[in-house]
Design a protein. Structure first.
Length: 595
């Protein structure tokens, strides 16, 4: 991203003219155009540069100049793994060429495409909403699971790493790296290295491609969507134990509370991240020894910090703040030792989603009721052809549910159940098409009742909410329109404007859930004000429209795959009629509340 670049730092300056001549021979740039080079301000290992011409942009990664730690800065490995991943459709920048000729810019380097998107340096993601924060973390976990699901054979990366025994090699490698770069003795780092070597996982034979430095900062997200479009910085990639990658990603969730990360609204818990990862990979959510992998991750980070500081002392560090990294090593070692002593057992699915005692009791009641009444009634309904007979059958079973207190279970203020409690109940009632209606938990009434409960006036609640809660009437929700793609509500054509103490509505709606029921007495209709005083995303309102209002016309039922879905298009033509019902208390709120 261009706003994260600076002029090339003095220790990394190279001959741009030579680079341009080389790229011209390789047909990447024109010899006549102007080539500009800027350095990315982030990154602590291989220096990274934005290379631009008037028509194209590239990213260049090179080795640092001067004396290097043994085995570090292997840009050829980065290039190889990115080429394999790009060919497999995994989100990485397309690698374009690899140059081993040091005469071009003084060191080995490679060129890849430049991808525009969002890079988040702060794992708390303060610049986005809580909802998007969750979505971004989920997207990152999903792409990590996708990486670990790739076959090394299909990637043609057999022999890329040493395979089994990854954890032992990692402890040994980072101990050597740390010792080679250490500027003073840090007892906690020595103690951590000893603990890790003595507590290696008993089973260290799983082998996948691992990134080695998987964190939010090494991903580019889509400019507007919660989607990873490129994973960066493959310098530490190898083959080995994938849980080490997951633990490295989880590290920020274990930082001390002073880092203010764990409690940030919208960031998933460790348990949720583990659950998502395991589900995406199709593996058990039991991850024994996670404390080892977390301690190893922090040990590796401390080793990296020591290496950055060592490069600062040598004068060839890639980032301007490299001097600060020497202060991080000892605190990181202390955190790792604390994590090493923690007992962590990944929760099972049942432990992840714990119901309250009342929720468990009501769920058992629902299961018993389903088995005793609803499933047998479902068998009978298959044989009954008359819709009236089916309705009477449903009403009969519904009365038993109400008598048993299994009624309005979806609404916490009525049922005393949490949303999580109800999720299990909804899963159970989903076994039968009409079961939700038996418990008065059917759509769209549930959503409409929630809207009335949260935003309705007292008069509206008496008129509409109480009869709905008693099951005396039904309601419908009107959003979708026939002539526009109204899944994007900014396209909506149904208009609403105020006329004195009344509201005038004009529009057509279809796929209006619930409108076909004879007991449907009220609609919640989504409209646009088309006011020039607000932007196109602030023009939407929900309004209560009684179904017997003059101007409301039910046109025809619609079918889904040949079946009557009991959804009827509504033609709302109220321009000749001023709506007088409950005008002072009409629901009117912004489009972020959808009901």
């Amino acid at each position: 991203m261009e706003d994260q670049t600076t002029p090339v730092r003095q220790q990394h300056v190279f001959n741009v003219d030579k680079l341009q001549r080389y790229l011209t021979v390789k047909s990447l740039v024109s010899n006549n155009g102007t080539l500009t080079v800027r350095q990315y301000s982030s990154g602590q290992s291989n220096p990274t540069f934005l290379v631009q011409t008037p028509s194209r942009s590239y990213v260049l990664r090179k080795k640092p100049p001067g004396e290097l730690l043994p085995g570090a800065h292997k840009v050829d490995r980065e290039y190889r793994v990115q080429r394999a991943l790009f060919s497999a459709g995994f989100p990485v920048p397309q690698p374009l060429l690899h140059c081993t000729d040091n005469d071009v810019i003084g060191t080995e380097f490679y060129i890849m495409e430049h991808i525009k998107g969002r890079i988040f340096r702060d794992p708390r993601l303060p610049e986005v909403t809580a909802a998007e924060r969750t979505a971004l973390y989920v997207a990152a976990v999903e792409v990590l699971a996708k990486l670990h699901s790739l076959s090394l054979t299909s990637l043609k990366l057999e022999g890329y790493g040493k395979g089994p025994g990854y954890c032992r090699r990692q402890v040994s490698t980072w101990t050597k790296q740390y010792n080679a770069a250490a500027h003073r003795d840090i007892p906690d780092m020595n103690g951590l290295s000893d603990w890790l070597m003595k507590n290696l996982p008993a089973d260290d034979n799983e082998v996948t491609l691992v990134h080695g430095d998987f964190r939010l900062e090494n991903m580019i997200f889509h400019p507007t969507e919660a989607r990873v479009i490129a994973v960066l910085d493959w310098e530490l990639s190898t083959t080995g134990q994938p849980i080490a990658d997951l633990a490295y990603f989880l590290m920020p969730l274990y930082w001390p509370t002073g880092f203010n990360i764990i409690n940030t609204l919208g960031i998933p818990s460790v348990e949720d991240v583990v659950s998502i990862y395991c589900r995406c990979r199709g593996i058990s959510s039991g991850l024994p020894g996670l404390n080892f992998y977390l301690a190893l991750s922090v040990f590796k980070m401390a080793g990296i910090a020591q290496g950055v500081y060592a490069r600062h002392l040598l004068g060839n560090a890639s980032a301007p703040n490299a001097a600060l990294f020497g202060q991080c090593v000892e605190p990181l070692a202390k955190i790792a030792l604390q994590l090493a002593q923690r007992s962590f057992t990944a929760p099972t699915e049942d432990q992840l989603f714990l119901q309250t005692a009342k929720g468990q009791a009501v769920l058992q009641q629902v299961k018993d009721f389903m088995r005793q009444y609803i499933l047998p009634a479902q068998e009978v309904s298959f044989e009954v052809k008359s819709m009236c007979a089916k309705h009477r059958l449903c009403i009969c079973v519904q009365a038993k549910a109400r008598e048993g207190g299994l009624w309005n279970l979806f609404l916490p203020s009525v049922s005393g159940l949490s949303q999580l409690d109800y999720a299990f109940i909804a899963e159970e009632t989903g076994r039968c098409l009409f079961a939700p209606e038996v418990f008065n938990c059917q759509a769209p009434d549930t959503g409409n009742m929630e809207v009335l409960h949260m935003f309705g006036s007292e008069e509206q609640k008496r008129t509409w909410l109480q009869p709905l809660l008693k099951g005396e009437i039904r309601s419908c929700f009107c959003m979708t329109e026939p002539d526009v793609a109204s899944s994007d509500a900014t396209n909506m054509e149904c208009t609403l404007h105020r006329d004195g103490e009344s509201y005038v509505i004009n529009g057509k709606k279809w796929w209006s859930s619930g409108a076909g029921n004879p007991q449907c007495k009220v609609a919640i209709v989504m409209c646009r004000s088309r006011s020039e005083d607000v932007g196109r995303h602030g023009q939407h309102s929900m309004i209560l429209v009684p179904m017997d209002t003059v101007g409301v016309t039910l046109v025809r039922p619609l079918t889904v795959f040949g079946q009557d879905g009991r959804t009827i298009p509504l033609y709302l033509n109220l321009s000749i009629f001023q709506l007088q019902i409950l005008i002072p208390d009409l629901i009117h709120y912004e489009n972020e509340v959808t009901g």
